[in-house]
Ligand binder design. Structure first.
Ligand code: NAD
Length: 365
């Protein structure tokens, strides 16, 4: 029987509550699809500050390093907000872990079942069939990391500078992720840039065009300026299938996509890096798009679907268990659309607990 080796980092707030349910579902899926889970749990974020004095302890790093994937909850909360910004859980855990494993590709599905279209701020007649897109965002380049980056005094006033940098190899490797995503979908990629203004975008557009022509001539590639993409996403999201872009534009567009898809409790994500196992599949960190939800933490009422769907993404991307991933995704859809709902997506249905939601999904499987 195949054994899947991954690190489990539940983190803070609702993290441990939704992680428990996700692990139950992964275990049940393994029994059905003939794999076992070999996971080790470790502290990250606020709980790691409390237990180890740092948000991303060396012991946690070692466990992740020895794994083929990381299933992550979320980090942070009011308890740690008075710490200096550099020591706060999000900054001291999330950014270092992404950096430690060179996670260069963020894959965020924007999925809204038609039965939940009330959750979207868009008019329901704009999304009669819900929403189904995926955003692929470059995660380790661009303006967030380019040098020089500094604040200095000049002629009696303060000046700040950030630098946007991209090179061909960075663009090509993320283009391949977009191609892989498109292959299992409608084979349609919209690449978003600002090539009318930015040098990096001119290069982005050229490299993407050439890469797709050479490696994926069967995928329909279009280009769109980022300002237009932001409008089109709100006007008619389903014109997109794979939305593909650089780091800062992706940061903004993927959040816009998240909000039009309704509850954060339903949205999974993956951050992928190079393979480090014999399967030659990407190492990845899989986590809900939302945070630790301090307003509902400890009450057992959080929606576990985003964590469960993150687990399904892990099975697909890092372990190649596509049938098992599909089974989980179908079970979540079936449970939710037939009326099992936590409070964030209840809309008149009776709200059930985190655990009951997990049970409904297990039953649907
Ligand atoms: P949040 O995503 O935690 O919560 C925003 C709203 O969405 C809240 O009303 C919350 O109850 C709701 N929500 C989120 N996930 C839910 C779920 N699974 N089920 C039901 N409702 C859910 O964002 P916030 O309030 O801005 O941040 C809270 C803390 O989380 C902060 O400390 C922040 O730094 C941290 N955070 C961490 C991550 C991460 O670990 N990746 C991401 C975002 C925020």
């Amino acid at each position: 029987m195949k054994s899947l080796k991954f690190a489990v980092l539940p983190g803070d707030g609702i993290g441990p509550e939704v992680m428990d349910v996700a692990l139950d579902i992964l275990k049940a899926t393994g029994e059905r699809y003939n794999f076992s889970l070999e996971y080790e749990e470790a502290d990250i974020g606020g709980i790691a500050i409390d237990n180890h004095g740092t948000a991303f302890p060396e012991s946690t790093h070692r466990i992740c390093q020895a794994s083929d994937a990381i299933l992550f909850g979320s980090v942070g909360g009011p308890k740690w907000e008075s710490l200096p910004p550099k020591e706060q859980p999000e900054r001291a855990a999330l950014l270092p872990i992404r950096k430690a494993f060179s996670l260069y590709a963020n894959v965020r599905p924007g999925l809204l079942y038609s039965e939940l279209s009330e959750a979207s701020p868009l008019k329901t007649n704009r999304i009669p069939n819900g929403i189904d897109i995926v955003c692929i965002r470059e995660l380790t380049g661009g303006i967030y990391f380019g040098q020089p980056k500094s604040t200095y005094e000049e002629n009696g006033e303060t000046v700040a500078i950030d630098t946007m940098v991209y090179k061909t190899s960075e663009i090509e490797r993320i283009a391949q992720v977009a191609i892989d995503a498109a292959k299992s979908r409608q084979k349609k990629v919209c690449s978003v840039d600002k090539a009318n203004v930015l040098e990096t975008s001119v290069l982005w557009r050229k490299v993407v065009t050439e890469y797709f022509a050479k490696h994926a001539p069967d995928i329909e590639l279009s280009h769109m300026y980022v300002d237009n993409a932001a409008m089109q996403l709100a006007r008619d999201p389903n014109q997109f299938d794979v939305l593909f872009t650089e780091n800062m534009f992706g940061d903004i567009l993927s959040d816009e996509m998240g909000v039009i898809c309704g509850s954060l409790g339903m949205l999974a994500s993956a951050s992928l890096g190079a393979s480090k196992n014999s399967l030659e599949l990407p190492f990845g960190l899989y986590e809900p798009s939302g945070g630790t939800a301090p307003d509902i933490a400890g009450q057992g009422i959080a929606n576990p679907c985003a964590q469960i769907l993150s687990g399904a993404m892990m099975l697909r991307y890092s372990f190649g268990e596509n049938d098992a991933a599909n089974a989980i995704e179908n079970a979540v859809k079936s449970a939710v659309t037939s009326g099992s709902r936590t409070g964030d997506i209840a809309f008149g249905n009776q709200a059930i607990s985190t655990k009951a939601m997990g049970d409904a999904i297990l039953k649907a499987m």
